[in-house]
Design a protein. Structure first.
Length: 118
């Protein structure tokens, strides 16, 4: 059974940083793409970043490139999202996902709340 478990969310002041983690288990993720999404209150879920489990190619939504960095640790089966210079507009539930392509995800975590205070 595939499990994606996010952690690292919390309350942070504007300008601060957080690192989210996504621990993956239940199958071999070689060939998969791991992604981060977020959903703010009253808004649709949006793509944030993704990384290839195979060759570490990374993909970002343009608006967050430079502030957010996605990375992975194969030995720990964990994907990270480093978020810097946070602002209140980054407040959302952040979800980890796994799929066979940047636009196709089959497995989702339950999400972790990130709240940025002004």
């Amino acid at each position: 059974q595939v499990q994606l478990v996010e952690s690292g969310g919390g309350l942070v002041q504007a300008g601060g940083s957080l690192r989210l983690s996504c621990a993956a288990s239940g199958r071999t993720f070689s060939g998969y793409v791991m992604g981060w999404f977020r959903q703010a209150p009253g808004k649709e879920r949006e793509f944030v970043a993704a990384i290839s489990w195979t060759d570490s190619s990374t993909y970002y939504v343009n608006s967050l490139k430079g502030r957010f960095t996605i990375s992975r640790d194969n030995a720990k089966n964990t994907v990270y999202l480093q978020m810097n210079s946070l602002n209140p507009e980054d407040t959302a539930v952040y979800y980890c996902a796994a799929g066979i392509g940047v636009r196709e995800y089959h497995y989702w975590g339950q999400g972790t709340q990130v709240t940025v205070s002004s």
